[in-house]
Design a protein around this ligand. Structure first.
Ligand SMILES: *[C@@H]1O[C@H](CO)[C@@H](O)[C@H](O)[C@H]1NC(C)=O
Ligand SMILES: *[C@@H]1O[C@H](CO)[C@@H](O)[C@H](O)[C@H]1NC(C)=O
Ligand SMILES: *[C@@H]1O[C@H](CO)[C@@H](O)[C@H](O)[C@H]1NC(C)=O
Length: 184
């Protein structure tokens, strides 16, 4: 026996069809609405480094065998624990550390690869960190570095920093940093 629907049932099916489609659309849209929203955070702070003892914040740990120990020998590796402060003065408030390393990775000129973790230890971002990858070019302003990730409030972060030389001497330096961070 063939299935047959009464005209009333067919009419109901036709009326209900658009509702089931729109219900499915509403479900998908509703799901998108609950996804976290990205935001852009701009941070402005100062990066303080000290080459010379006492209290040096960087140490040259390796140069290729047979070469002199300088940071700009090709292959030289430095490990650093520099300071992030809210101002350019030595007495400015410490807001975090820049912990990582540089390697002189250019055969011509001094262009260091910098791999560093900005670990915030005060303020709104205390406990959060930014993973930074880029070039370190001594005493040059306008250098950009990539933000390739983050933790805490900066989970899934990406963005960039721009560094300008504020002070550069033989024993220490201060860079003014702007960080533009897209995160959730
Ligand atoms: C080194 O650190 C000590 C202890 O924080 C401080 O008293 C001293 O002034 C610092 N010296 C320099 C040259 O920064
Ligand atoms: C290391 O430095 C000394 C003193 O400046 C120099 O005489 C020597 O040639 C250098 N060695 C190398 C491999 O560059
Ligand atoms: C930063 O967070 C740590 C761990 O929660 C806490 O011990 C410390 O007091 C905080 N520092 C500041 C300056 O808020």
């Amino acid at each position: 026996m063939a299935y047959s629907y009464s005209p009333l049932v067919l009419l109901l099916l036709l009326l209900l069809l658009p509702f089931s489609v729109s219900a499915a659309v509403a479900t998908v849209t509703g799901h998108e609405n609950t996804a976290p929203r990205e935001k852009l955070t701009h941070l402005h702070f100062f990066f303080h480094g000290r080459f010379a003892s006492p209290n040096a914040t960087a140490v040259l740990v390796a140069v290729p065998p047979g070469t002199n120990a300088t940071f700009n020998t090709f292959g030289a590796v430095i490990v650093l624990d520099d300071m992030l402060k809210d101002g350019p003065e030595a007495s400015s408030k410490l807001i975090g550390r820049a912990q990582g390393l540089t390697a002189q990775a250019s055969l011509e000129g001094t262009y260091l690869l910098m791999v560093v973790n900005f670990v915030f230890t005060a303020g709104e971002y205390n406990g959060s960190s930014l993973a930074i990858l880029g070039r370190f070019v001594p005493d040059v302003s306008g250098t950009e570095r990539s933000i390739v990730g983050g933790t805490g409030k900066f989970r899934m972060a990406r963005g960039y920093t721009v560094g300008n030389v504020y002070i550069w001497t033989a024993s220490y330096f201060v860079l003014e940093l702007d960080a533009y961070i897209v995160h959730y």
